[in-house]
Design a protein around this ligand. Sequence first.
Ligand SMILES: Cc1ncc(C[n+]2csc(CCOP(=O)(O)OP(=O)(O)O)c2C)c(N)n1
Ligand SMILES: [Mg+2]
Length: 611
Amino acid sequence: MSGHVRLTMAQALTRWLAMQRVEVDGVELPYFAGMWAIFGHGNVAGMGEALAGMEDALPTYRAHNEQGMAHAAIAFAKASRRRRAMACTTSIGPGATNMVTAAALAHVNRLPVLFLPGDVYASRRPDPVLQQIEDFADGAVSANDCFRPVSRYFDRITRPEQIIDALPRAMAVLTDPALCGPVTLALCQDMQAEAYDYPEGFFAPRIWRSRRPRPDRAELNNLVEAIRTAKTPLIIAGGGVLYSEAEGVLSDLAARTGIPVAETQAGKGALVWDHPQALGSIGVTGTSAANAAAEAADLIVGVGTRLQDFTTGSRTLFAGKRLVQINIAAPDAIKQGAETVVGDAGETLEALAEALADWQVDDRWRAANRDAVAEWNAAWDAATAPVNALPSDAQVIGAVWRQAGDDATVVCAAGGLPGELHKLWRTHRPGGYHVEYGFSCMGYEVAGGLGVKMADPARDVYVMVGDGSYLMLNSELATSVMLGRKITVILLDNRGYGCINRLQQGTGGRPFNNLLADAAHEILPDIDFAAHARSLGAAAEKVGGIAELEAALVRAKQSPKSYVIVIDTDPAITTEAGGHWWDVAVPEVSARAEVQAARRDYENRIDGGRT
Ligand SMILES: Cc1ncc(C[n+]2csc(CCOP(=O)(O)OP(=O)(O)O)c2C)c(N)n1
Ligand SMILES: [Mg+2]
């Protein structure tokens, strides 16, 4: 057929993916930086055949765990500020469902990733094929239906020509700033291998540009008026600031108007840490300066934030105050009764700056925030000073921060570290702080670090991870060695789930099933993490304290390959300064007096919040 090319669906799909382009800082690049792949019968013949020989246009990377490779893909997209992404192909069954947790992670964090799990035969010829689940009530269900609630767009490809519409729709979702999130195209195993005459025009290269919609004039005017009449306004910067690349305009606006800025986990780094208007982190893991400002504020302006419970202190930190939300997505903007300004963060802040050209905050508000930051800086010095025999997380953070350098990126996700990092990490540049705290998924850290490194190989990547998260998923450490993508991992071994152990006691519980010593055991594990990391091909050492850690970090910097530094830490200590209440429901009845007391506190808190 003239004007057509006969290809298998997998060949057409991979060829099409390679044609999607973006412009990043004036340079044209492929939108898909590569394909993560673990093959099985569900994709090796179809997708495997198509990918082999495409190394230049769409490189394939072999991983060790599907969840891990998906974490790497997602971290790549986050570090690329959603301008680029990666795809992931798996077999059917367990290979596919191993990615469901990662899909949820991308969904919560609004990050683009293309999942291509293999699926059962469209023809149903060999049913039940190896690894096929059988639903006797619904013949159309497969294991991949697990992806539906955690995908922004889900489709099952049961005919080769369906990709002609499905792929552009997938790209539209991946590149739309409001819809952005994971896309799953479940590829029926037989369809991957089936040929079709695709129109040649389907494979024409296409450049995708980020949409930056301006705000509605009336909504913008309402915000301008709100700020002009406010005495003590506060901006909360969320991840949307970074995805909109609005940090420059935010920084200028804050400096000129004097409006202080607090940051969420995803928004941290929007301002350089010592910007005169930077208050640091807000909320449950907030600085005393940011949280005091939130309490004193008469107007809160959220910019690109989901208002997750850690940001709002479970809706108690600035409850009842006037709240205006700038957000690209109306359902985010409208949260908690906010007045909405739907639009791109950068465009909106620019328009705002223009409208407020002659306006600035009262000197007293500036001075109050300046003093609060000075007080917080003293608390920072106290928390990070290396004094304890067995170091705290904060002291380790201080050491890593001193050694990492201005260009480094710190990566983390779960455990006690994200809270401590949110409070204490002093970010030098946007992108220097990469903490996945939307899903806070244990096991993101090492694989995520690899993805961050792949997004920007020139930067040093410091993965900070607890023993629990490391044990949950570490196998992409071997991938980082194999691919020559060096990451430095600082593994804080407090012998268990330290933060949950503290939370358990904070809710009246006895230490139970969190620290290794409090869990059922015949032998108390004494895990040699350095030996484990070495067995995966990384360089590794265990250090005896903060001074040794700093020396090891210097060695790590010189190492050509991934480097793991293990340090024993105290599971009991966290930074007391700053912080805010967090809603964790305590049992209403219990034989334990400590639980009863915690419940009384909890009820007082909730009742307090209502009045
Ligand atoms: C996949 C997953 N399972 C469970 C949890 C709940 N959880 C959050 S932190 C944590 C313990 C983490 O332990 P570790 O990495 O050693 O950090 P530490 O708390 O000791 O600082 C657990 C179980 C989670 N966030 N993610
Ligand atoms: Mg631990």
